[in-house]
Design a protein around this ligand. Structure first.
Ligand code: MF3
Ligand code: CO
Ligand code: CO
Length: 293
């Protein structure tokens, strides 16, 4: 197998295109499934932000705890030479083994159980038979549906020796998410999430991809509120009992994405690398709780 390394002003890394995607993973009938697992069409999420009661919050805690546990296990599976398809299969089995459904599977027709976005793929990468190689950075996004509630998180992983620009991109993305979480509390405006993220990104000469939003989450995968990660003046305020994700994508170069023919894979049009990290947050009476820690 031959690998080509790109060498451009964004650093030293492989420019990735989709490889072969294998057949559908099975889900045993005893696993409770969201309705789109059959139809591919999700029920509409709420149009106004839902305030969850104690029972709903407990359900969110459980699904989020499982999602973050599975995401941590990815550390032990990921290594040079493993394909994202093999990673998808192992994670799929682990999710099923814990009595949950892998939320991406057949969501609007998505063909796999996790999203794996490598180097210049910004988000919604489909696991395929490309072996991970030295120098790759990738986002693995895990969402599980447990007891009727979704929990959603993602993190960046590094394969072997990553160049300094790749490492810096990841570090600043971590900082953006951390600082955004720190302002979350009742009565805070949602727009300040984007205002904080954009300021930090720009200060470090990185840009925020505007097309990708955080979202409310619950019995639905995506619903109100929309969370913008760029500077904005959206007027809605956070309230205790709301659950939503924050999932900024930072780019080394352009903010423009191209969706490939598979209908999912979103690449930067200048092949620059991106990094994304995601947590699901609960607003509490005196601040917030990161449900996917
Ligand atoms: N987990 C992604 C998010 O953070 C959504 C993936 S949609 C899928 O919102 F269909 F690609 F799975
Ligand atoms: Co999400
Ligand atoms: Co996600």
């Amino acid at each position: 197998m031959t690998y080509s390394f790109g060498h451009n002003s964004f650093g030293k890394y492989d420019i990735v295109r989709p490889w072969l995607v294998s057949g559908k993973n099975d889900v045993p009938a005893y696993i409770p499934q969201p309705s789109y697992s059959q139809t591919s069409i999700p029920d509409n999420g709420p149009e106004i932000s839902e305030i969850k009661d104690m029972y709903q919050i407990e359900c969110m805690r459980n699904s989020c705890k499982l999602a973050s546990y599975i995401l941590r296990q990815v550390n032990t599976l990921i290594k040079p030479g493993i394909t994202t398809d093999a990673l998808d299969k192992q994670v799929h089995d682990m999710i099923i083994g814990n009595g949950a459904y892998p939320s991406p599977l057949n969501y609007r027709g998505f063909p796999k159980s996790i999203c794996t976005s490598v180097n210049n793929v910004a988000c919604h990468g489909i696991p395929d038979n490309r072996p991970l190689q030295d120098g790759d950075i990738l986002n693995v996004d895990i969402t599980v549906y447990l007891n009727g509630y979704h929990g959603d998180c993602s993190n960046m992983f590094q394969i072997g020796e990553v160049d300094s620009e790749g490492k810096r991109l990841i570090t600043i993305t971590e900082l953006c998410l951390k600082e955004a979480i720190q302002i979350c509390k009742p009565n805070e405006r949602f727009c300040n999430i984007g205002n904080v993220i954009e300021e930090i990104a720009n200060k470090h000469n990185l840009s925020v991809i505007p097309a990708c939003l955080g979202h409310g989450i619950g019995t639905y995968f995506h619903g109100a509120p929309d969370i913008y990660h760029f500077a904005n003046d959206y007027s809605e305020r956070m309230q205790s009992g709301m659950t939503f994700t924050i999932e900024p994508i930072l780019s080394q170069g352009t903010t423009q994405l191209e969706i490939l023919e598979d209908g999912w894979t979103a690449c930067t049009i200048d092949n620059s690398r991106t990094a994304q990290i995601e947590h699901t947050i609960l607003i509490t009476d005196d601040g917030c709780e990161v449900l996917t820690f």
